[in-house]
Design a protein around this ligand. Sequence first.
Ligand code: UDX
Ligand code: UDX
Length: 433
Amino acid sequence: MNICVIGAGYVGLITSVSFAKMGNNVICVEKNIEKVDSLNKGIPTIYEEGLNDLLIECLEKETISFTNNLEDSIKKSDIVFIAVGTPSLDNGEVDMNQVYECIKEISKYIDRYKIIVNKSTVPVGSQKYVKDLLIKNGVSCDKFDVVSNPEFLREGKALYDFFYGDKIVIGHESQKSRNIMNLLYKPFNIQTIFTSPETAELIKYASNAFLSTKISFINEVANLCNKVGADIDTVSMALGLDKRISPEFLKPGIGYGGSCFPKDTVGLISIGEKYNCPFEIVKSAVSVNNKQRLIPVDILLEEYHDIKDKTITLLGLTFKSGTDDIREAPSLYIIEELLKKGVKINAYDPMVSDEIKEIYPNINYFNNMNESILGSECIIICTDWEEFKDIDLDFVKDNMKEAFIIDGRNMLSLDEAKKRNIKYYSIGKGYTN
Ligand code: UDX
Ligand code: UDX
């Protein structure tokens, strides 16, 4: 099929290469010309496992190309995916401006029947809104169908999820659009749910809000574990053995981040308010998360009272391992608080994008974990990068001004820290007194 994907961000790029790999002709339209140039050269603009090889393969087979020419790309395609950003506004509502801009442009260039697919996460009712907007812009209703096809891709595992995900959700109105979407996704051989657009849109929000709630729940249990001397790993494992609960998404830490959970939880709350259906449970999940990500700062203040001019090392800046993405990363909230309190910050992350250096130019960034620790008074582990498990605790003991680790991702062992007389705090796996 001839496919156009608008937006070459995390979702648009993965969608583009995945459809290209399956033999479709894909044109990915991106307004940022630097991204277009880089992608056409086979250089990915984000880090994602397996993306580099797949991009090069598709470019060589000429099943994919990148451009900023929207008109040409739309005219050539049968299906247009919208995968532009839909960030949160300050009041929690979803900012739909990028989507509306796309629709304005698409309206100008629809010359024959096309399916317009909302891939970005958009509020319930958006399919209808987009349809009405196209008609208002003068597009005749026999020239298009609007379909909702939310993504369930985890960053870092996005290609795997695209090819082997648990489900594909298609919210459609006409039988024609259902048949075409079915043909497109059939080769993936994944259970596909065909439903109304509103149901599809809500599935996405409900999924992410439920998963966020699971994380906030286990984080509250973990906080109690530390107080009563229980072990969160065992609690979580035993809890997960119950098939009704499952072991997934029961890993405690300093909270969830990323481009979806924080945005979609407040998004669902805001949609609920509009319809007088308050989401009290989701509101609590959000407020637990807001507190959880600042636990390291609370611990530091309990320990030192005044932390001005102390040197603190942050290990990990991305919102989780396996990605270079810092959107809504707990580390950012910790950095804000520490800078307000006059702390000197050292930071090391194996993958983080350079964007963070522009946001926080006054942090000392290191390319090596050990160097970032030298002379520091506390390490805060913010991301679950595997290499942090191999931290040399003897080196920590010998080279820090004060050996103190706040392990926000439970990467290390309390016993190993105790043996070396290192002060240690975990999230529900105990701490030294
Ligand atoms: C997406 C969806 O927007 C979001 O709803 C979902 O929850 C997560 O995934 P993501 O792919 O991560 O977001 O967004 P981002 O990395 O911001 O990429 C969007 C891309 O679209 C950017 O490269 C931007 O330059 C591009 N864009 C935006 C266009 O090419 N044209 C536009 O008109 C607007
Ligand atoms: C998520 C969803 O999983 C995906 O289906 C959706 O469509 C996009 O949003 P992503 O944000 O890439 O994907 O990451 P995910 O692996 O789900 O983790 C989200 C956050 O939750 C991370 O900050 C992670 O550290 C945290 N998390 C996850 C926990 O704290 N504990 C867990 O047990 C699992």
